[in-house]
Design a protein around this ligand. Sequence first.
Ligand code: GLN
Length: 237
Amino acid sequence: MLKIGHLYPDLLNLYGDRGNIITLKNRLVWRDMPVEVKTYGLNEDIDFEDLDILVLGGGSDREQLLVCNRLKEIKQDFAQYVESNGVVVAICGGYQLLGHYYKLENEKIAGLGVLDIYTEQGSPRLIGNVVVQTDAGEVVGFENHGGRTHIGSHTPFGKVLIGHGNNGTDRQEGVLYKNVLGTYLHGPLLPKNPQLADWLITRAIRRKDAEFEALPILQDEEEQLASFTMIERLKTK
Ligand code: GLN
């Protein structure tokens, strides 16, 4: 049984990020693999030991501020989950919150500090379609962020082929750390890139069963074709 935890969907829910949960769940259901999704409200306790995949969506600056106070309380447990190879998918606002801080003009939003990264608000907003070259193949998504994220010595999720990425200057997108994926890509990310959903699911299963080799193949030619078509369209524009 894989247990997926969705953190604060009432606040962190931009651009259909909920679709990431639906994709993770359905790709397990379609393979007859047991899965449970648990959503957490801001004041609910999170049983990290019970979770296999944790998803944090994107949010506006205002919503991030609301979440940030709560993060202080779960910081320790979150870090322990990450260090024990728990899988995390954090999108945009959620990604920024994994770092030390997100600095706005007059405010500083404290993050979880599980990644050694920081974000500063800049102008203009970085908006548009993105294609990234990653270890899980070419990934397509959509970005819309004011924050510029600097990842220091962390490994990026990938190299920006189209779009802006972490900060619009170094051509890097996101971060991969242990089993944590932080990225600016909405879209939502996983329905648009089904291979990435399987890549994350595989990591979650291997954490429990080191012998696990590969997921059964799914009949998903249409999803694959949609992803491929979008990537080709953006690359040949
Ligand atoms: N509020 C953050 C920013 O503008 C994150 C936005 C988002 O999640 N799309 O940088």
